[in-house]
Design a protein around this ligand. Structure first.
Ligand SMILES: *[C@@H]1O[C@H](CO)[C@@H](O)[C@H](O)[C@H]1NC(C)=O
Ligand SMILES: *[C@@H]1O[C@H](CO)[C@@H](O)[C@H](O)[C@H]1NC(C)=O
Ligand SMILES: *[C@@H]1O[C@H](CO)[C@@H](O)[C@H](O)[C@H]1NC(C)=O
Ligand SMILES: *[C@@H]1O[C@H](CO)[C@@H](O)[C@H](O)[C@H]1NC(C)=O
Length: 246
């Protein structure tokens, strides 16, 4: 009996990945089929005269992030309203191991090496679990932002006793998000061991943002806010600086 080479290879590779977590990141990702459940949200505050420098730094980080096997999606954004943190990085992983590898990787170390010169304080790193996501963007190496232009973050704080209900509502709106043609990438996040959640959402065109904010999902979330949340959510706008999608 002959076993096709591709099957044999797949079996050998998956067995190897399973029994031998590799020290060399670049051979195979043992978690390649796992959902993206792990993430980091990293607000960054530039100094008043280093906004351009930080923009350049984030754009220049793209090839380094692309080389990180276990970093799946990586987004760098610049807030429209500078009274909030100036920038944020949001990135996703299929495993805790991938998240740790990123934190020990070249981009993170370059960011910390440049923190004194470029930033107003060290970046705060917030690990978050991804409760639900829609990722419709595609890898586009010819485009520094994978075609995404603008987005929103919506931080949410659940009332004590409403943490589970808030989590359930965020998961339950995903089918509605899937129906929103102009909503490209959407993530519902939970910051573990806090009452804090967030939505982060990306659009290719400005009209997508307006349609999302005026859509049924936003209406449903705002309708449940009084029951679930400590305050009505702030909607924070950003523009997209750099993206890698795998
Ligand atoms: C920021 O960029 C400008 C222009 O390239 C440069 O002159 C300046 O030295 C940079 N500042 C820092 C802190 O790197
Ligand atoms: C920027 O944020 C401040 C404080 O949150 C708010 O008062 C102001 O209206 C915002 N400006 C814009 C243009 O959104
Ligand atoms: C990247 O995509 C955006 C949004 O579709 C577009 O505005 C921009 O021109 C593109 N840039 C390049 C270099 O193709
Ligand atoms: C919340 O959910 C967790 C696990 O899903 C459960 O153990 C806990 O009892 C729930 N808490 C409330 C207040 O329902």
């Amino acid at each position: 009996m002959r076993i096709p080479l591709t099957i044999l290879l797949a079996v050998v590779l998956s067995t190897y990945a399973f029994v031998a977590p590799l020290s060399d990141d670049h051979v195979v990702d043992a978690n390649a089929d796992a959902p993206v459940h792990f993430s980091l949200f990293v607000p960054i505050v530039a100094k008043s005269d280093t906004v351009e420098n930080v923009t350049q730094f984030l754009t220049s980080a793209v090839p380094l992030v692309e080389a990180e096997l276990k970093t799946v999606q990586w987004y760098a954004v610049k807030y429209t309203n500078f009274s909030t943190p100036t920038f944020a990085i949001f990135d996703t992983f299929r495993s805790e191991e991938g998240r740790v590898a990123h934190l020990n990787g070249k981009v993170a170390s370059a960011l910390f090496d440049n923190a004194d010169a470029l930033l107003d304080g060290a970046p705060g790193i917030k690990p978050a679990n991804i409760l639900a996501s829609k990722v419709a963007s595609k890898p586009d190496t010819g485009n520094a932002t994978a075609g995404l232009t603008v987005g929103l973050t919506i931080p949410l704080t659940a009332k004590p006793g409403q943490v589970n209900a808030t989590r359930e509502v965020l998961v339950s709106v995903l089918p509605g998000i899937e129906q929103e043609a102009l909503t490209v990438d959407w993530y519902a996040l939970e910051f573990p061991d806090t009452n804090s959640f967030a939505i982060i959402v990306f659009f290719a065109i400005e009209e997508g943002r307006d349609a999302h904010l005026n859509g049924q999902v936003a209406a449903a979330l705002f309708a449940s806010a009084e029951t679930l949340l400590t305050a009505l959510p702030d909607v924070v706008e950003f523009e997209v600086v750099a993206v890698t999608i795998k």
